[in-house]
Design a protein around this ligand. Structure first.
Ligand code: HEC
Ligand code: HEC
Length: 305
């Protein structure tokens, strides 16, 4: 704080306190006008007169006590650039709280981190901690319920870009992921893109497919796409290349037909990026989160709906 503002705050606080002391002192010394209730101030409201009595002693003493407390507080605590005799500071308080937090929760994190990721789902405490970490760090992109949205994968189903085992999920969280789908507009041309789009429609079991166009597309698919999406179109988790046969879409623009969205993907390419969390949260927390994410897909797997 600049010395001007420091002085300003200290001066205003002091003037205010001195003013209050003067005010009390003044009112206390007002002469008692000749006996209990003998005189009124002359004010009258609806026939009720205001008496000019001295302030009650207990009330006055309470007032003095608060003023003495205020002076003591100003000396003990920081005001402006004055650090206060107690040396308290909000930064110091924060550091203390953080150390206390680490002491209390560090132990819990450490204990939970020694349980294998896939077994954490049976530990209610891990699920509570995981849910809170998810809400704070992941819900922004994957949604409160982890069901994802356009460009952000649903984490509650058993369809995975990179794999759904405990260890794979943990690897995804620690290091982040970046899926690279190249753009094909130039290489295939407009007609080629239309044909491959039709084949992708057929692969995923849509019912309004132009089959002759799709079979032209299949040849292009075998030449250009199988390296990543595999011969049968079921994808490759090592590359994050999605399964194209399951009718689950990462890039289906809301309000657009699926055909138009797929065509858009092929023309422009896609590059989804999942941030890395090892540096942000540390391995122990990531471990617990991985357990939580794993549990979400297990719930779904047990539920026939
Ligand atoms: C900035 C947005 C963003 C945030 C925040 C984010 N993610 Fe992601 N996440 C993504 C995107 C985008 C992908 C898909 C990456 C791709 O397309 O290759 C992804 C992918 C994933 C995957 C892989 C899914 C699969 O099918 O293999 C998991 C698991 C995951 N995220 C979990 C999390 C968790 C847990 C957190 C919180 C620590 C989190 N994400 C925070 C954007 C985000
Ligand atoms: C170099 C590997 C690679 C090649 C080659 C490739 N893809 Fe992809 N494709 C990916 C990856 C990785 C993604 C996921 C992108 C992301 O996560 O953002 C993807 C995404 C897609 C999607 C979006 C799926 C969804 O769920 O929305 C479609 C459709 C697709 N590819 C079709 C094709 C077709 C058709 C070809 C051939 C013309 C092709 N890809 C060639 C790697 C590839």
């Amino acid at each position: 704080m600049s010395s001007f503002w420091s002085f300003y705050i200290i001066a205003i606080t002091t003037i205010f306190l001195v003013g209050i002391v003067a005010l009390i002192h003044f009112t206390r010394r007002m002469p008692d006008p000749g006996g209990e209730g003998a005189q009124t101030t002359g004010h009258q409201f609806d026939g009720i007169e205001e008496y000019n009595n001295p302030l009650p002693k207990w009330w006055l003493n309470l007032f003095w006590a608060t003023i003495i407390f205020a002076v003591g507080y100003l000396i003990a605590m920081p005001v402006g650039n004055w650090k206060g005799l107690l040396g308290w500071s909000s930064v110091g308080q924060l550091t203390e709280d953080q150390v206390e937090h680490e002491r209390r929760y560090g132990e819990i994190y450490q204990r939970l981190a020694s349980i294998p990721v896939e077994e954490l789902k049976d530990n209610p405490q891990a699920m509570r901690v995981g849910a809170r970490l998810f809400e704070d760090n992941c819900a922004l992109c994957h949604g409160q319920a982890a069901t994802g949205s356009y460009g952000f994968p649903n984490l509650t189903d058993d369809d995975w870009l990179y794999g759904g085992s405990g260890d794979t999920i943990k690897t995804t969280l620690m290091a982040g992921r970046s899926g690279q789908m190249p753009a094909w507009g130039d290489a295939l041309g407009a007609a080629g893109v239309r044909a491959v789009t039709e084949y992708v429609m057929q692969l995923s079991g849509q019912d309004d497919v132009n089959t002759s166009l799709a079979s032209q597309g299949q040849a292009l698919f075998n030449a250009s796409c199988v390296a990543c999406h595999s011969q049968d179109g079921t994808g490759n988790q090592a590359l994050g290349a999605p399964n194209l046969t399951d009718n689950i879409w990462l890039y289906h623009i809301p309000g657009e037909t699926l055909r138009a969205s797929v065509q858009h993907t092929l023309e422009q390419g896609r590059s989804g990026r999942m941030p890395a969390w090892s540096g942000v949260l540390g391995e122990e927390r990531v471990h617990i989160l991985a357990g939580y994410v794993y549990s979400l897909s297990q719930e779904q797997a047990q539920d026939p709906q």
